[in-house]
Design a protein around this ligand. Structure first.
Ligand code: HXC
Ligand code: NAP
Length: 293
């Protein structure tokens, strides 16, 4: 009789999906690479020999990213940068070019998100999430592409998305709309920049809990229940699984893949049935009282 065992555990921490040295001499620019998934992705590139550039706002996050990469014996540059500010992105790419080279790959990982019922969301809350997640992602991609077009060199962009780009995300209307924009933008840019040798792909994490999750996001998960038995995989994602996917998408082994968004979530987002659990309003899920205008 088939047992409920879920998807197997991946190869152990420290194993690499590509051959050692696959990124020797390459520069990889990761936004938000000092925390969570961005740090996990940066680590996998570093294990393969890449020089890392980590760009984000907070010094404590940049310090954490630097420490993680240096502990692997890899080279790393950290730069303070708010991706809502195109001038700061230009300065960050200048610093990357000065220290290493024009980045060969850009991992657009930085994003903003917090759960909030749509009717409670202030205009500035909406703007902030869309500005960081969608506008910031475009501004970084634009800077990367303009430099490669000027230099006549090739490159690879990986935009980190979310599966509610397809489904919508109750309680996360701002982030879901922004991620839908990122998915669409990935497809447009892949066509526009393919002729110049620039691949553009999306990479969507499923549920990947980590110690840097903001209190807001973590509490929205804690309020539900243990996630493992709720996933078809019977487990959540292991950080290295996302890192391996990113290193593959930006590698020479994926050069004919462009405009694609790869979902790494153990099929969780395809879980649908005609009789879902009873509807619980976002207000109730969040323990909020009645709407007060
Ligand atoms: C309602 C909120 C809010 C909250 C902020 N705001 N937090 N509204 N609920 N929890 C409102 C503020 O009141 C303000 O509006 C506006 O948003 C901007 O807030 P600031 O604090 O001034 O913004 P800023 O300093 O730019 O910080 C951005 C931030 C912050 C998004 C608010 O949380 C941040 O820096 N986050 C970065 C990390 C992050 O978000 N990671 C999550 C990625 S995870 P008013 O009207 O008062 O001026 C992810 C997972 C997807 O995406 C899948 C999940 C299941
Ligand atoms: P996280 O730890 O909160 O990381 C977000 C990162 O973005 C931080 O390092 C933050 O650094 C940076 N950032 C935020 N605003 C910025 C700005 N204006 N300019 C520059 N950097 C900024 O979140 P995470 O869970 O690792 O998420 C990483 C990516 O995966 C995001 O795109 C997210 O939407 C996606 N995702 C995550 C999950 C999950 O299960 N964790 C699921 C689906 C999708 P600073 O604060 O230093 O600026």
């Amino acid at each position: 009789m088939a047992e409920i065992i879920g998807l197997p555990e991946p190869a152990p921490e420290g194993a690499t999906a590509l051959a050692p040295g696959a990124y020797d001499g390459q520069t990889v620019f990761v936004t938000g690479g000092g925390t969570g998934l961005g740090k996990a992705i940066a680590i996998e590139f570093a294990r393969l020999g890449a020089n890392l550039v980590i760009a984000s706002r907070k010094p404590e996050h940049l310090d954490a990213g630097r420490a993680a990469i240096e502990s692997l014996g890899a080279e790393v540059l950290v730069v303070g940068c708010d991706i809502r500010q195109p001038d700061q992105i230009t300065e960050a790419f200048d610093a990357a070019a000065e220290r290493f080279s024009l980045p060969n790959a850009l991992i657009n990982n930085a994003a903003a998100n917090f759960p909030v019922p749509a009717e409670d969301m202030s205009p500035n809350a909406w703007r902030t999430v869309v500005d960081i997640t969608l506008n910031g992602t475009f501004f970084c991609a634009r800077e990367f592409a303009r430099r490669h077009l000027s230099a006549g060199t090739t490159g690879s962009i990986v935009n980190i998305g979310a599966s509610y780009a397809w489904t919508g995300g109750p309680g996360f209307a701002h982030s879901a709309a922004a991620k839908a924009g990122v998915k669409s933008m990935t497809e447009s840019l892949a066509v526009e920049w393919g002729p110049y040798g620039i691949q553009v792909n999306g990479l969507v994490p499923g549920l990947f809990p980590h110690e840097d999750m903001t209190a807001d996001i973590r509490s929205s998960l804690d309020r539900t229940h243990a996630k493992d038995p709720c996933q078809p995989a019977m487990r959540v994602g292991r950080l290295r699984e996302l890192g391996w996917a990113a290193t593959f998408l930006a590698s020479p082994f994926a050069r004919f893949i462009s405009g694609h968004t790869l979902v790494v979530d153990g099929a969780n987002w395809q879980r649908r049935s005609m009789t879902n659990p009873a509807v619980v309003t976002v207000r109730d899920q969040m323990g909020k009282g009645p709407f007060q205008p």
